[in-house]
Design a protein around this ligand. Structure first.
Ligand code: FDM
Ligand code: MG
Length: 212
C-alpha cells in the first residue's frame, strides 16, 4: 500500500524526574524536527483528555483516592488506548515525541513499593521506543527550579526513589542527557541523537515491542 511505502516515523520517548525540563525540550525538539522537514507530533502520558486520563488526573490532583495497583493499571490502559493510533502514525511517516511512557509507569509505581516485574507486565506488547532520552538531574536540583507543584509524587524524597528505579530500567535504547546544562546545550545534544534516529527509522529500522 502507499502508506507502507512511506518511510516510517521514529518513536522518541523523553523521560526524567518532574522539573527535569522534559516539556520544554519536547516542544523545542518538535519545532526543530518540523523545520527540518520531518512530520512530527508531540504526545504525552498521561493523556488527560480521555476518560481514563480524567480518572488519572483526578487522582494526581488528590481529588480521588485509588489503590496503588488500580492507578498503575489505569496509567497502562491510558497507553493501550492510544497504541493503535500510535502505530498508525509511525507507519504513515509521523515521528512521535512522547513526554513520559512505560518507564514512568514502572519507576513511579515501583517507588511506591510495587514489584518491578508486576509493574512491567501490563506494558508488555506496547510499541518499544526507538530512542529514550533520559533528562538526568538530581531531585534536589530539580526542586530548586521553581519548586514542585502540589500534585501527588512531587516531593524530593519520593523523586529520589523514582530516579533509582529509572536506573534499573536503562537499556541500549537509552541516551542519558545531562539536564543540569543550559537549555541550549541540552537542546543541541537531543537534536543530534534524534536526527540520527529519525534517519535510521526512515531507512528501515523495524519497530519492536516492550519488553523483550
Ligand atoms: N506517572 C506518569 C506515573 O506515575 N505513571 C505513568 O505511567 C505516567 C505516564 O504521573 F508524577 C506520573 C509521573 C508524574 C505524574 O505526569 C504526571 P506529568 O508529566 O507531570 O503530567
Ligand atoms: Mg508533573
Amino acid at each position: 500500500s502507499e502508506a507502507s511505502a512511506k518511510p516510517r516515523g521514529a518513536l522518541i520517548v523523553v523521560e526524567g524526574l518532574d522539573r527535569s525540563g522534559k516539556s520544554t525540550q519536547c516542544a523545542k525538539l518538535r519545532s526543530f524536527l518540523e523545520s527540518s522537514g520531518h512530520p512530527t507530533e508531540l504526545w504525552r502520558f498521561p493523556d488527560r483528555e480521555t476518560s481514563v486520563g480524567q480518572m488519572i488526573s483526578a487522582y494526581l490532583s488528590n481529588k480521588s483516592q485509588l489503590d496503588d495497583r488500580t492507578i498503575h493499571l489505569l496509567f497502562s490502559a491510558n497507553r493501550w488506548e492510544k497504541s493503535s493510533l500510535m502505530e498508525e502514525k509511525l507507519k504513515t511517516g509521523t515521528t512521535l515525541i512522547v513526554d513520559r511512557y512505560s518507564y514512568s509507569g514502572v519507576a513511579f509505581s515501583s517507588a511506591k513499593g510495587l514489584g518491578i516485574e508486576w509493574c512491567k507486565a501490563p506494558e508488555v506488547g506496547l510499541l518499544a521506543p526507538d530512542s529514550v532520552l533520559y533528562l538526568d538531574i538530581s531531585p534536589e536540583r530539580a526542586a530548586e527550579r521553581g519548586g514542585y507543584g502540589d500534585e501527588r509524587y512531587e516531593r524530593v524524597d519520593f523523586q529520589r526513589k523514582v530516579s533509582e528505579f529509572y536506573q534499573t530500567l536503562r537499556d541500549s535504547s537509552w541516551k542519558i542527557i545531562d539536564a543540569g546544562e543550559t537549555m541550549e546545550e541540552v537542546e543541541k545534544k537531543i537534536q543530534q541523537v534524534v536526527l540520527d534516529k529519525v534517519k535510521e527509522c526512515a531507512q528501515g529500522k523495524s519497530l519492536s515491542l516492550l519488553w523483550s
